[in-house]
Ligand binder design. Sequence first.
Ligand code: GCW
Length: 719
Amino acid sequence: MSKTILIFFATLFFAPHIYAEDGYRLWLRYNKIKNAQWQKSYQDHIKCWLVEGNSPTLEAASKELGMGLEGLLDNKIPKAKSSEQQGILIAGTPTGSPLIAKMRLEKKLEPLGNEGFTIFTDKTNTVIAANSDAGVLYGVFHFLRLLQTNQPIDNLNISSSPKLQRRILNHWDNLDRTVERGYAGFSIWNWHTLPDYLDPRYTDYARANASIGINGTVLTNVNANALVLRPDYLEKVKALADLLRPYNIKVYLTARFSAPIELGKLSTADPLDPTVQKWWKEKAEEIYRLVPDFGGFVVKANSEGQPGPQNYGRSHADGANLLADALAPHGGIVMWRAFVYSAEDTTDRHRQAYSEFVPMDGSFRSNVMIQVKNGPIDFQPREPAHPMFGAMPETPLMMEFQITQEYTGQGTHLVFLAPMWKEVLDFDMQTNGVGSTVANVLRSSKTKNKETLTGIAGVSNVGNDRNWTGYHFGQANWYAFGRLAWDSDFSSEKIADEWIRMTFSNDEKFVESVKKIMLNSHEACVNYMTPLGLHHIMATGHHYGPGPWVGDLSRPEWNPTYYHRADSLGIGFDRTSSGSNAVEQYAMPVREMFSSRKKCPEKYLLWFHHVGWNEKLASGKTLWVELCEHYYKGANDVAEMRRNWQSLKGMVDEERFSEVDMMLQIQEKEAKWWRDACLSYFQTFSNLPIPEGYEKPAHTLDFYKSLDYPYSPGIRPRW
Ligand code: GCW
């Protein structure tokens, strides 16, 4: 053997970990626990382990537990021969595990429902128990998380269950593998090689989702292609459904409303036409023959060019009920999106979804959910909560968040979205007195028959990039979505803490510093993009970078100038009674707060008010000065994020360290670009100087206007 080869093998042997830290393993790395005390404590407590019972889900749980323990602990912990041992870590349900049955856990398990779990210490044993195999799987992941994040396990008494029933990823993935608003490569679904080739990545995707409690996935884009409903594609869907099932993940599809015409060769897709109804009924039967637990359909109808019931003079309720009737005999649901606005409607876009849907409250079948984006416009860096939350007591509403960062820096900006989502979930709509937070509205969503039907969806940021999300920190948003979908009472801080420890390191200094970076990142993004309630001033089409000057698009509400309304007097959209009066869609105390120039929180100021350039804000400074200060603060905060990251060199593998460092360099540059481009443009209206002491924009406004990104990723394929 040559010397080089010898050195190569020696290096491999002595390498601290054998995996390249390329991000593929996400937060499920299971590297050896470095801290000797924790090693000892865990080894003392777990003498052997067993997932008792038989099912594909328990098999998945057992595999995960075995793999996790083997990776994390120095010594190999044997699998127990019989469950009657001392120091056993036992997982199971009362029906599948004789040992757990003997413990008489009925009382403890009863409130945990179908998917919850308990983990507790019982003399020398550690027990993970649940009512269902899925609960056991979730409990196993939780137990591993305790080890991964170096938590004590000597006196456990944990009970946890999800606050929402349907916790779903929405893939905006096209059948040609492009991903609308995807910044992480192509779609992970390789439709060409399915159903025969099952990429191991599909299983790792399932593990990652199960580890955070996600229990559904919509495989296809809401800008839908009817082809996915063709028999050959349904075979592919079946293959994925079979693979995901053991991980308690149901498959859903997007239904193109005109599919009866495109696939069925009917002359109409009118929801009241009996041939159309028959077509959908038979299509549903065909799907359920292949996928008996198929979740149902998501539909984007009569929105941004998608076909829908209004093409036939029918309502959204007619359309949703058509599909609901086809799915109902099989237990499927329809998630009908409320993201509608129309060029013909001259009212403020903010008002349109509410005006369209709220009058239909109570007219949907009991297996229909209305899927509402967090805010009334479109996934902006900051939006007030959508006024529909709390306004439709007779209709189950589910939340739609955007995990993929279309409007928050796409694939290159570190923006941790948990604080943004929490801001909306914790917002009190006061539709039913104090305490009607958006989270409570979601949790108490009921059908007409008063059955609970609750859910939350997140537009996925996953692609086929090696590290799944393009940017390592994009993983944190996937993780955070799952954790908040499980329980939105978790704090952003807790979620960031867990994620950092599992993804990078348990080193306290590292954890604290990265947490600080993450927790400040959303506010920084708002400040350098759209401070004080500005919104939708991104460049057109791809939405990458600033474009507040765009005002020549055919549809008025596609123009950034429509949203900021800057003129010589001031800036902002007057949505009070002197303007579009969108505020009237909020319940009284909230309406009054948003309407009042003084009471309106400044973070939403220009969302609801047109404010004079020289008007004073709470600080006593003028709007123009505040606007400048926010933009500069945002850009400075990114520079600080980068300095903080750089101070961590050597505390994390070089590979990810330098990747993040390069990304932060891009973000720093782009934050300045946003700041300089927006202020240069708004200055043409305010005619006021950028305050003393601030570095002046590096280029002319014309330069910023001339920048062009024809190939920025994630563009809508048909636009
Ligand atoms: O945010 C906008 C995006 C579109 C998207 C649309 C929607 C899927 O720019 O790309 O289309 O929202 O949510 O339907």
